[in-house]
Design a protein around this ligand. Structure first.
Ligand SMILES: [Zn+2]
Ligand SMILES: [Zn+2]
Length: 215
């Protein structure tokens, strides 16, 4: 579904507030399964673009706008921070944001239109608020911020993942508890090992060398 990239996610997270009306105190709950927008990810884990995300949102009219309280269950795919094995899981994300009516907007027209991820982040950092566009409420920026905040920085394939062997890089979960390299890293053992190899490979010459010593 190539069109998902640009069209479906934005439309999928737009809610029409005409049903809610503007009388403070009126409320409306909607459930919807939306395709995950692009770029919901950190370095090691994220929500696959287009993946189904069940969403329940309660809209409540307040004097200056609409208070949005939502819960989403986002599927995750990524890799374990310790052993790098692929992993899938999910995260339940709760969020609450106030969307101001358009009339409350001051001078944010250009910022709003760009909807660059970076701009959204900056708005959030600055503690600015989201705005409705007429009767339409685009949940995507609030949803995006909430999901990205909920992503684990160090996802693990399992709580006690032992990670990788620092010597050879095999996953220690596969290699077992006896896996170690103590002998090989001791130079004396390494020298013996090398001798053994030489003897195995040169049986004939060894015999010759002994003869030479004796004679
Ligand atoms: Zn792991
Ligand atoms: Zn190893």
């Amino acid at each position: 579904m190539p069109s998902t990239r640009t069209h479906a996610p934005r439309g999928a997270l737009v809610f029409d507030m005409r049903q809610l009306g503007r009388q403070a105190g009126s409320a409306l709950t909607q459930t919807r399964t939306v395709p995950a927008p692009d770029d919901l990810r950190l370095e090691l884990i994220g929500v696959p673009a287009g993946a189904d995300v069940p969403l329940e949102v309660r809209f409540e009219a307040v004097s200056e706008g609409v208070l949005v309280t939502g819960t989403a269950i986002a599927p995750l795919a990524g890799e374990c921070a310790r052993c790098l094995a692929p992993l899938t899981s999910s995260v339940t994300v709760g969020f609450q944001e106030l969307y101001l009516y358009a009339e409350s907007r001051h001078d944010k027209h250009d910022k709003h239109d760009k909807h660059d991820k970076h701009d959204d982040q900056e708005e959030q950092d600055a503690g600015e608020l989201y705005h409705l566009d007429g009767d339409l409420l685009d949940l995507e920026p609030a949803f995006r911020d909430a999901v990205v905040l909920a992503l684990p920085m160090s996802p693990l394939c399992r709580e006690d993942c032992p990670g990788l062997c620092v010597e050879c890089g095999v996953p220690l979960a596969d290699a077992g508890p006896d896996h170690r390299h103590d002998e090989a890293t001791d130079p004396r053992w390494a020298a013996l090992k090398q001798l053994d190899d030489t003897e195995d490979n040169h049986q004939g010459r060894r015999a010759g060398a002994i003869d030479l010593q004796e004679g």
